[in-house]
Design a protein around this ligand. Structure first.
Ligand code: NAD
Length: 417
């Protein structure tokens, strides 16, 4: 349930305002950064398998390109709307700046419930959407990647559609592709791996031994499943997980590998025999050391924040905590590691994938993983130290550091014309 009083775009702008005020920016700079540089809304006529025609709506928003080409995921969900895409694009700008990858921020979306469509229909949707946004994407301009409801296969269709129209293969137009067409080793697990690098650092820096810790993970998709798996492998006891269909609890710890096999078979965590059923909302309020929300935005809001008992929240999802919930959690002493730091592993390895594709030179998996860890832990240390020095929350510190980099790029480039 979303915060009853704010939308993701309002939340994103609230945080931007706090950062620009702290940096002493003038209102003109805030106005530049509060608005996207380019937005495209497209109609996607789809011939369904029964031969009927349906028209879907798709978006691509490029929030900012002052530091490099726009970069961001593509979401397929019935809840996709323009304001959500704008907020997600803005978060990408901050994430890329914070991790110092040479990109601006973007996001795309199609308002569709992918579970209701066949693979052949999803292929047609993806190819038509790609054709419609072709004028504004490309390896030097805007590089999509998977997000909620999309996958490596979606990226393969996008890359193929773009390449067929150009007349030659252009793997660098998307990241998160299958390895066989120029994907990077280590990309599929990179977001989850990064989340767990940060979670382990946050636990240790707060005097909590990870191997004596408990964790709950909301969402069991690309990010949540990997995060649960890596946390399990690092010795944490993962006592609860959930997906959109329901949750699971086992005080002795859930065997994540066995659960993965159950999910591959049934499509959901529900019904797994190694744990008891748990209400999805109750998962957020469990007494655990570590809570990883890795599903959708706005799930921790002012109504449930007072009941949250986790010591540390590491945001695997984008925008899971609303600003009003943040204030409540901070007052309770709960440490929140913000999305733009915690889930940046995906965009770091996307950057590595793009560099490899541009150079047609492939790195080993251990090279990718060690560079990912180095960048994640370096960013953690910078944010942690800045927060301490300035007496800011981790989110305040991360956003301010990121916004400062983007502001510097704008100031040095000047306002065109
Ligand atoms: P996904 O579609 O692979 O998985 C989403 C999961 O969340 C599914 O298990 C779904 O059942 C579950 N879910 C949806 N609504 C829920 C609810 N209300 N309660 C509990 N579970 C719910 O998506 P993903 O790629 O794992 O993305 C998850 C989040 O992580 C999103 O916010 C996304 O923007 C963010 N993110 C993803 C990546 C990436 O590389 N995929 C990178 C950075 C951030």
């Amino acid at each position: 349930m979303a915060d009853p009083v704010s939308t993701p775009l309002e939340d994103a702008r609230t945080r931007l305002k706090e950062a620009t005020d702290l940096l002493g920016c003038d209102p003109g700079m805030y106005a530049i950064l509060a608005n996207a540089t380019r937005e495209l809304t497209v109609s996607i006529p789809l011939r369904r398998d029964d031969d009927s025609i349906e028209v879907l709506t798709g978006y691509r928003v490029q929030h900012n390109v002052a530091r490099g080409p726009a970069k961001g995921g593509l979401r397929y969900s019935p809840n996709v709307h323009l304001d959500e895409v704008r907020a997600l694009a803005m978060w990408m700008t901050w994430k890329c700046a914070l991790l110092d990858v040479p990109y601006g921020g973007a996001k795309g979306g199609v308002t569709i419930d992918p579970r209701e469509y066949s693979q052949r229909e999803l292929e047609r949707v993806t190819r038509r959407y790609t054709s419609e946004i072709m004028p504004i994407i490309g390896p030097e301009t805007d590089i999509p990647a998977p997000d909620v409801g999309t996958s490596e296969q979606t990226m393969a269709w996008m890359m193929d559609t773009y390449s067929m129209n150009k007349g030659y293969s252009i793997p660098a137009v998307v990241t998160g592709k299958p390895i066989s067409i120029g994907g990077s080793l280590g990309r599929a697990t990179s977001t989850s791996e990064g989340v767990v690098h940060i979670a382990l650092a946050a636990l240790r820096d707060n005097g909590i031994d990870p191997t004596r810790s408990t964790a709950a993970v909301q969402g069991f998709g690309k990010v949540g499943r990997g995060a649960a798996q890596f946390a399990f492998e690092a010795g944490l006891k993962v006592v609860a997980v959930s997906d959109e269909y329901g949750g699971l609890f086992n005080a002795a710890g859930i065997d994540i590998e066995k659960l993965g096999a159950h999910v591959d078979e049934t499509g959901s965590v529900v019904g797994f025999s190694g744990a008891e059923a748990l209400d999805g909302h109750a998962l957020l309020e469990l007494e655990v050391d570590l809570l990883i929300p890795a599903a959708v935005e706005g799930v921790i809001h002012e109504l449930n924040a007072p009941n949250i008992k986790a010591k540390i929240i590491v945001e695997g999802a984008n925008g899971p905590t609303t600003p009003s919930a943040d204030a409540i959690l901070e007052a309770k002493g709960c440490i929140v590691v913000p999305d733009i730091l915690a889930n940046a592993g995906g965009v770091i390895v996307s950057y590595f994938e793009w560099v490899q594709a541009n150079q047609a030179y492939w790195w080993r998996e251990d090279e990718v993983e060690s560079r990912l860890e180095e960048r994640m832990l370096g960013a953690w240390a910078r944010v942690h130290d800045y927060a301490k020095a300035r007496k800011l929350s981790l989110r305040g510190a991360a956003t301010t550091l990121a916004v400062q980099r983007v502001v510097e790029a704008h100031v040095i480039r000047g306002v065109y014309p």
